[in-house]
Write a protein that binds this ligand. Structure first.
Ligand SMILES: C[S@@+](CC[C@H](N)C(=O)[O-])C[C@H]1O[C@@H](n2cnc3c(N)ncnc32)[C@H](O)[C@@H]1O
Length: 306
């Protein structure tokens, strides 16, 4: 390599670094989308009051914006089932996802509503106040559990898109159940930690070890947790396929940004795969998890069991 070219590049990088230290907004602008509201990002504490981005908030912003790109693509393709496109975000937390999505897509489209579902009352109240301050009129926030959302009278009969970004434990399963009940056209899920299935594996471990060498996969507690998470997501995908969705599973962002990084995108096709339901039940039996069939995967009951 030409040593003077290398030196020039190093000089340029040094001076850009020095410039962005002097003017942090230069560095921040490079991370933002054209027209993206700096005021919103400050309100969400992603940017500091001075408009700076720290390492943690850069990671969060990257993650959310990446997810937003997938969701925008879906929104652009979908026809609303009702009067407007509706999106429900489960385990919304501070609603980073909902607010950024509204700012980047819903605001300029002039129609469509986002409903945030969150169990922590203070986060719901905070989001309501912020949406009002920003004039984000088509955002609503409900202080309810994901499991109760499908029967909540204040919500529309149908939803076009269901999202759940790191919704804790079984809240992702509840979001899926909600999406099925509301005939969602698409679901975008980034699961969080999972405890329910691991607890079943743990509970039945001694019997499983006497029955099959496969139980070695979850003999150690750390493996019980890890396998529990992976198996949960595998079962979620089969469940969605059995209910008429095509499913893709990818990484959301590089592993350096988040450990909970699996992105499941389900699109409704109407083609219910019987084979997926059969495999789901075969896996439940293989891992001694039949007790979950009636609670988590009720819609995938096979005819003989129905
Ligand atoms: C890890 S945070 C993620 C928040 C947000 N989606 C994000 O990525 O920034 C999970 C949120 O889900 C909420 N949550 C947990 N279980 C829930 C449930 N069953 N129904 C609704 N919200 C739930 C928690 O209160 C918390 O705010």
């Amino acid at each position: 390599m030409n040593p003077s070219a290398t030196k020039n590049r190093a000089d340029r990088a040094r001076s850009a670094g020095a410039r962005s230290q002097k003017h942090p907004e230069i560095a921040v602008q490079a991370e933002l989308r054209p027209g993206q509201s700096v005021e919103l990002l400050k309100e969400l504490h992603i940017l500091t009051r001075e408009g700076r981005l720290n390492q943690d908030s850069r990671r969060k912003l990257k993650q959310v914006e990446h997810l937003v790109q997938f969701i925008e693509k879906l929104l652009n393709e979908l026809q609303p089932q009702g009067a407007e496109l509706t999106l429900a975000d489960h385990g919304a937390g501070k609603s980073y996802l909902g607010f950024i999505l509204y700012d980047l897509w819903f605001k300029s489209h002039g129609s469509g509503s986002i409903y945030g579902i969150e169990t922590r009352a203070e986060l719901v109240e905070r989001s309501r106040v912020l949406a009002q301050r920003l004039g984000f009129e088509r955002m609503r926030f409900l202080n309810i559990a994901a499991a109760d959302a499908a029967s909540e009278a204040a919500l529309p009969e149908r939803f076009d898109v269901v999202t759940a970004l790191h919704a804790c434990d079984t809240a992702t399963d509840d979001a899926i159940a909600f999406g099925l009940a509301k005939q969602a056209q698409a679901m975008v899920l980034v699961p969080c930690c999972q405890a329910e299935l691991a607890a079943c594996l743990r509970h039945n471990k001694a019997f499983a070890l006497s029955r099959t060498p496969l139980a070695e996969l979850w003999r150690h507690p750390l493996h019980t947790r890890e396998l529990g998470s992976q198996l949960t997501n595998v079962l979620r995908c089969l469940y969605l396929e059995s209910q008429g969705y095509s499913v893709t599973v990818t990484e959301l962002v590089g592993w350096e940004h988040s450990l909970k990084n699996e992105l499941i995108i389900a699109r409704h096709t109407g083609h219910k795969k019987r084979n997926a339901a059969e495999r789901l039940h075969a896996l439940l039996a293989q891992f001694g998890l039949q007790e979950l069939a009636a609670t988590r995967y009720a819609r995938a009951a096979l005819p003989a069991e129905a």
